[in-house]
Design a binder for this molecule. Structure first.
Ligand code: LLP
Length: 425
């Protein structure tokens, strides 16, 4: 994060808080979140997209404090379950600024959305249309959008590419299912179609795929106008804005993206004779990823062949991303100064499988030893939210740091928590 400072004794501070002190006070593993950095990133979005709606994708990380921060910074929220939705509303998030997503919305998700009054529900399949209309009831009217697959290949890994046909999300533009769904939505009195949505993938570092998607979406809007005489006021281009996980890696330039999209939108709409719709974007990772650091303690060190293994007290249960997507992180030793020569090392977790590797082939001081602290930067997005119960180690807490102080946002999952769920029957 921007507010990271190296301390004289080899330590690392975030927002004026020494990570070694956080580790002492809250124990390890622990996720540390820089509140100022989250807010700053929200402001960057607001400044880059002054006219657009910015919906933070809660799946990246959600807590009540996080919901408050993004609300205070003027963002809306994208949720994909009753769980996310209800937590946000409990935190005081205005429901009309929340959008519900999901390719398989449960009755509970829909109930919560309608009961709490979410701003929009994004329709992802034809079978949802009648189902949502029925749930709305005879006197109600729910704003909806239709999720379109524009046929764009983008995204950091095949598991997080959602812009092409042949994956589970959305309605195809190319085979006509998107237009067909729009036609059916328009025929439902209880549904008000406000616009189209697409989300082409995640960890995208270039502007170009977004431009291609935008042009195709405007093309579809023109076809809808021609077929139905309806001009849709909103266009949501989803999230997926890529960040750098290691120094020197490319990140998507948000300001450049915003400028380009605005220009292209105005141009494409002029060419199609359409008024310019209100743009929406749904960044998750780019808001919170770089604001988080995971801190671990080394439990064991081993030299096997040419490899130095440093085994820490967390692993794939609190960060499945290296195992799932082959993501590479840049862990570093913190908490003490070392003059030892750097060695190529592999940071592994404590879980019972060989694939539990947090970072392979990284440089660590050759004298790394049990008791040392290891920080893994860029751990704010899709870490806690994807943490599992594997090996019953309990999920780590989240500590917010801001202006020299640390406070607990989410407590550690204790062994007692885990035991209490087991009824013994
Ligand atoms: N909008 C929709 C409809 C989405 O499905 C997603 C992410 C986003 C927005 C936000 O995408 P972001 O800006 O955070 O890239 N677990 C994976 C990422 C999966 C993303 C799923 N959808 C990872 O750890 O990389």
């Amino acid at each position: 994060p921007a507010s990271t400072t190296r301390l004289a004794h080899g330590g690392l501070a975030v927002a004026g808080v020494d990570l070694a002190e956080v580790a002492e006070r809250f124990a390890t593993p622990v996720y540390v979140l820089d509140e100022g950095e989250v807010r700053e990133r929200c402001r960057t979005y607001r400044a880059a997209f002054p006219e657009a709606e910015i919906l933070y994708a809660a799946k990246a990380f959600l807590s009540r404090a996080m919901a408050r921060w993004v609300q205070e910074e003027g963002l809306g929220l994208d949720v994909c379950s009753a769980g996310e939705l209800e937590l946000a509303v409990v935190a005081g998030f205005p429901p009309d600024r929340i959008v519900l997503h999901g390719n398989a919305k449960s009755p509970r998700d829909l109930d919560a959305a309608l009961r709490l009054g979410v701003g929009r529900i994004v329709i992802d399949s034809p079978s949802e249309i009648a189902r949502i209309a029925a749930a709305v009831g005879p006197d109600g009217r729910q704003k909806v959008m239709v999720r379109v697959v524009p046929g764009v290949t983008a995204g950091g890994h095949h598991k997080i590419r959602t812009g092409t046909d042949g994956q589970k999300f959305g309605l195809s533009l190319s085979d006509g299912s998107a237009l067909h769904a729009v036609t059916r939505v328009l025929a439902q009195r209880r549904l008000e179609l406000t616009g189209l949505h697409c989300h082409i993938g995640s960890q995208i570092t270039e502007v170009k795929p977004y431009v291609t998607a935008l042009r195709r979406m405007v093309g579809l809007m023109a076809r809808i106008r021609d077929a139905h005489g309806r001009v849709l006021p909103e266009l949501d281009l989803g999230g997926g804005h890529g960040i750098a996980y290691r120094p020197g890696e490319a990140a998507l330039d948000i300001t450049a993206l915003a400028r380009k999209l605005r220009g292209e939108l105005v141009e494409a709409c002029a060419a199609a004779g359409l008024p310019v719709p209100r743009l929406a974007v749904e960044p998750g990772r780019a808001v919170v990823g770089p604001a988080g650091v995971a801190v671990y303690r080394v439990l064991a060190v081993k030299h096997t062949g040419d490899t130095l293994f440093a085994a820490v007290d967390g692993g794939m249960s609190d960060n499945p991303r290296p195992a799932l997507y082959g993501v590479r992180y840049a862990p570093r030793l913190i908490g003490r100064a070392s003059t030892a020569a750097a060695r190529t090392a592999t940071v592994v977790g404590r879980h019972c499988e060989a694939g539990d590797v947090l970072a392979a082939g990284v440089e660590l001081p050759g004298d790394v030893r049990p008791g040392d602290l290891i920080a893994v930067p860029v751990a704010g997005a899709y870490h806690l939210s994807m943490a599992s119960g594997y090996n019953m180690v309990g999920r780590p807490p989240v500590v917010a740091v801001d202006q020299g102080t640390a406070r607990l946002l989410v407590r550690r999952e204790t062994l007692e928590d885990l035991r209490l769920r087991d009824l013994g029957g």
